[in-house]
Write a protein that binds this ligand. Structure first.
Ligand SMILES: Nc1ncnc2c1ncn2[C@@H]1O[C@H](COP(=O)(O)OP(=O)(O)OP(=O)(O)O)[C@@H](O)[C@H]1O
Ligand SMILES: [Mg+2]
Length: 250
């Protein structure tokens, strides 16, 4: 089992959009996949039309393995299940902090699911704290969307520095450019500069497209309602690239 976490300390960069589509594409390709919505806002859960609720007493994800397993819902798509967001996720920081192994709770919670799933995709809220450190410990790969504007690139640098400082494996982090506007000189220049600075930026770029924003209304992954769009094929290529890195297939 491999765990892929969409992560960025910057908000609104395309984490949820990527988590929703990459998990769908993995499952559509035959991989038994669990999408895990760690954001109390529950955008991923909403798009998949699942109720944002864990079992009572699951205390977010700090519940027992049985409570977590029983909170998993089918999405209606083959091979794809969802562990929904829950309002109690607002208190995850505190719940985790109160537990032993405060930074390994997520890893411990997900480990028993290895028998059931080949891939777990985590959609993360945009902040660095105990929840983020749980994600860093649990994930085999972090995948950070970077909007090619200076600020977003800067936060990626901050993330790598943080990983390094705290002794996490910064080389497990990958990035891709999200919401790319090809005709903007600033975007072109930033992408070039970021690629020169960091070695782990994927080749695939996701363009800025209004069809992507429609996911919130359609409440379906992009390949379901806009299979022929260039945006859907960008996520297709992104998944192929991520899959190779995640499972070290060359
Ligand atoms: N490539 C794109 N083109 C156009 N709009 C996009 C693109 N990617 C994402 N969006 C839109 O931008 C908004 C933010 O995207 P998303 O929710 O995926 O970001 P996020 O990083 O998960 O945000 P948060 O940090 O709030 O969880 C959404 O309305 C989404 O539909
Ligand atoms: Mg999000």
């Amino acid at each position: 089992m491999a765990i892929l976490a969409l992560f960025s300390n910057k908000g609104g960069v395309g984490k949820t959009t990527a988590a929703v589509n990459l998990a769908y594409l993995a499952a559509a390709g035959g991989m038994r996949t669990l999408l895990c919505d760690l954001d109390p806002q529950g955008a991923t859960t909403y798009i998949y039309r699942v109720e944002a609720k864990l079992l009572p007493d699951a205390r977010g994800l700090s519940g027992t393995p049985k409570q977590i397993r029983q909170s998993i819902k089918p999405t209606g798509y083959a091979n794809l299940d969802l562990l929904p967001a829950d309002l109690s996720h607002r208190h995850l920081e505190r719940f985790f902090r109160e537990e032993k192994h405060a930074k390994q709770r997520l890893q411990e919670a997900l480990a028993p699911l290895a028998a059931t799933y080949e891939l777990i995709v985590l959609d993360s809220p945009p902040n660095i704290g105990i929840v983020a450190e749980n994600i860093f410990n649990a994930a085999d790969r972090l995948l950070a969307p970077i909007v090619p504007s200076t600020l977003s690139a800067e936060s990626y640098g901050q993330l790598l520095a943080f990983l390094d400082e705290r002794g996490y494996n910064a080389t497990s982090a990958l990035a891709f450019f999200s919401m790319v506007e090809k005709r903007k000189t600033l975007h072109q220049e930033t992408m070039k500069a970021v690629r020169t600075t960091y070695g782990n930026v994927l080749t695939t770029t996701v363009p800025y497209r209004s069809v992507i924003e429609r996911m919130g209304q359609e409440r379906q992954p992009l390949p379901v309602f806009a299979a022929r769009s260039d945006a859907a094929s960008a996520y297709g290529m992104l998944w192929q690239e991520v899959r190779r890195r995640l499972f070290a297939m060359g």
